[in-house]
Design a protein around this ligand. Structure first.
Ligand code: CFM
Length: 472
C-alpha cells in the first residue's frame, strides 16, 4: 500500500493521503498524494501565505521597483532581507522595504489616504525610481481598500511613474502558489504589450521562472550571450519592470520554474502565439539538454554543442572529483515543489547521490507526477509536511544531508544531520555547469564537516574530563 500513515499522524489520519512511498509494481496514477489542498487543521504547516508567493517570490526580485506593502508592518518583515536574489545595480531590491504601516485606527477608518501618502513619500524619497508594485495584505483586503483606484490617482499626479497592483492577500489561497498565479495573470493582462523592444539579435527569448537565487540568472546569462540569443525579459531574476512589459516581443519562452511561472508562459502562447519550452537548469545532463533544445529551436545546434563542450571541459573534472566522494550519499529534499523534480534525477545521474525523501510545500498534482516519475522506489514523497513528520521520516530513511530552508535546517542540525539551504543556497549559484559544481561542493562540505562529529559528542560526564584536565 503506497500511501503511508505515520505514527505521529494517528490523530490526524487524513494526512495519510498526503504521504506516498514509491514501491515497485504500483501504478503511480492511482496513488498520487493529495496536494494544493487546504492544510489539515492540527498539522503545523511549513507553507507561506499567498501574499508571500506574489511579493517574496516574484515581484520583490525586480531590481528597479518600489515594493509597497499595504498592511501592518509585520507583513513587510518577512519579505525583506530574507531572500538571496542579488542584482547588478547594487541589490536595490534587498536593501529596502516599503510599508504603509497600518495601525488600528487606519483599519477602522480605511487606509486609502495613507496608501496614497506613502506612495508619494516613497517616490519623493527615491526620485530616480519610477516604478512601483502595490500589494494588498489580509487586513487591507478585508476592509476593502481600493488599491487600484489609489494607484490610478498617483499615476495621474505623477505622469512619469507606472504602478502595478497585486490583490492577493495572505488568505487568498491555500499556499504561496496562489500568489504566483495572481501576479502572473495580472501582469500579462495589465502590463505586457505596453512597450516596444529594441531587437538586437535574430534570436530572442524570455527566460521565465528564474529568480537569480545566488546569481543563477547572471550565470546562465553568460550562456545566452555566447549563443547570441537576446533575452527580452527575465521573469524575474535581475529583471526590470519595463523589460517585463516587452515580453510579447520574444520568439520563444523558456521556462525553468513551471510551478511559479508556467501561467504567464501559457498566456503568452495563447495571447501572442509565442511557443513555450520547459527546461531544467540544474545539473550537467539537464543543462546540456536545455541548451540543445533552445538551440534546436533557433537552428543554431553547432553553437550549442560548442558551448556544452567548452563548459564540460572546464567543469566536469571538478564535478567528477565530488561525484567520486559523494557516491551513495543519501539526500532528502524538502523545499517548495519544483526543485524536487529538478534535482532528484540530476543528483543521481551527475553525483551518484540517492534521494530518499522529498517534501513539497505547495506543489500541485503535476509536480508530484513529475517527481514520482523521476524519483526512485523506496523514496517518500510528502505534501505539506510538518515537523513531526520530518522527524519520523528521518528515522525511517536516515539521510546524510537535507536540502531545505533554514527553519527546518536548524532543527535537523540538532539531530546532527547537516543541511544545505535548498531555497537560498549556501554558496550559489547552483544552476548551470559551474553552479552544479557549487552544489556538489556545498553537499560535500556539509556531509564531511568534521564539526558534526564534535557536535555529536556527549560532553556530559566523563567525556568532558580530558578537556578540563588539560585546562588545569
Ligand atoms: Fe519556483 Fe523558486 Fe521553487 Fe518557488 Fe519558493 Fe524558491 Fe522553492 Mo523557496 S519560484 S517554486 S515559491 S523554484 S522561494 S526560487 S526555493 S519554495 S522550490
Amino acid at each position: 500500500m503506497p500511501m503511508v500513515l505515520l505514527e505521529c499522524d494517528k490523530d490526524i489520519p487524513e494526512r495519510e493521503k498526503h504521504i506516498y512511498l514509491k514501491v515497485d509494481g504500483e501504478d503511480t496514477r492511482d496513488f498520487l498524494p493529495i496536494s494544493n489542498a487546504p492544510t489539515i487543521p492540527g498539522t503545523l504547516s511549513e507553507r507561506g501565505c499567498s501574499f508571500c508567493g506574489a511579493k517574496l517570490v516574484i515581484g520583490g526580485v525586480l531590481k528597479d521597483t518600489i515594493q509597497m506593502i499595504h498592511g501592518p508592518i509585520g507583513c513587510a518583515y518577512d519579505t525583506w532581507h530574507t531572500k538571496r536574489y542579488p542584482t547588478d545595480n547594487g541589490h536595490f531590491n534587498m536593501k529596502y522595504v516599503w510599508s504603509t504601516d497600518m495601525k488600528e485606527s487606519h483599519i477602522v477608518f480605511g487606509g486609502e489616504k495613507r496608501l496614497e501618502k506613502s506612495c508619494h513619500e516613497a517616490f519623493d524619497e527615491m526620485p530616480d525610481v519610477k516604478r512601483m508594485i502595490i500589494y494588498t495584505t489580509c487586513p487591507t483586503a478585508l476592509i476593502g481598500d481600493d488599491i487600484k483606484a489609489v494607484a490610478k490617482k498617483v499615476m495621474q499626479d505623477r505622469p512619469d511613474v507606472d504602478i502595478f497592483t497585486v490583490e492577493c492577500p495572505g488568505f487568498a489561497g491555500v499556499s504561496q502558489s496562489k500568489g504566483h498565479h495572481v501576479l502572473n495573470i495580472g501582469w500579462i493582462n495589465e502590463k505586457v504589450g505596453q512597450l516596444d523592444a529594441e531587437i538586437t539579435s535574430k534570436y530572442t527569448m524570455n527566460f521565465i521562472g528564474d529568480f537569480n537565487i545566488g546569481g543563477d540568472t547572471q550565470l546562465l546569462q553568460k550562456y545566452w550571450d555566447k549563443l547570441g540569443i537576446q533575452v527580452i525579459a527575465h521573469f524575474t531574476g535581475n529583471g526590470t519592470y519595463d523589460d517585463l512589459r516587452r515580453m510579447h516581443k520574444a520568439q520563444l519562452n523558456v521556462v525553468n520554474c513551471a510551478r511559479s511561472s508556467g501561467y504567464i508562459a501559457n498566456e503568452l502562447k495563447k495571447q501572442y502565439g509565442i511557443p513555450r519550452l520547459d527546461i531544467d537548469s540544474w545539473g550537467f545532463s539537464y543543462m546540456a539538454e536545455g541548451i540543445r533544445k533552445i538551440c534546436a529551436f533557433f537552428g543554431i545546434e553547432e553553437k550549442g554543442e560548442a558551448l556544452i563542450a567548452e563548459e564540460e571541459a572546464k567543469w566536469k573534472p571538478q564535478l567528477d572529483w565530488y561525484k567520486e566522494r559523494l557516491q551513495g550519499t543519501k539526500m532528502a529534499i524538502w523545499t517548495g515543489g519544483p526543485r524536487l523534480w529538478h534535482w532528484t534525477k540530476s543528483v543521481e545521474d551527475d553525483l551518484g547521490v540517492q534521494v530518499v525523501a522529498m517534501a513539497s510545500k505547495f506543489g500541485h498534482q503535476e509536480d508530484f507526477e513529475k517527481v514520482i516519475a523521476r524519483g526512485q522506489t523506496g523514496t517518500y514523497y510528502i505534501d505539506d509536511g510538518n515537523e513531526l513528520e520530518f522527524f519520523e521520516i528521518i528515522d525511517l530513511v536516515r539521510p546524510d544531508v537535507i536540502f531545505t530552508g533554514p527553519r527546518v535546517g536548524e532543527l535537523v542540525k540538532k539531530l546532527h544531520i547537516p543541511y544545505v539551504n535548498g531555497h537560498g543556497y549556501h554558496n550559489g549559484p547552483y544552476m548551470g555547469f559551474e553552479g552544479f559544481v557549487n552544489l556538489a561542493r556545498d553537499m560535500y562540505n556539509a556531509v564531511h564537516n568534521p564539526l558534526l562529529k564534535l557536535a555529536a559528542t556527549d560532553i556530559r560526564g566523563d567525556a568532558a574530563a580530558p578537556v578540563k584536565e588539560a585546562a588545569e
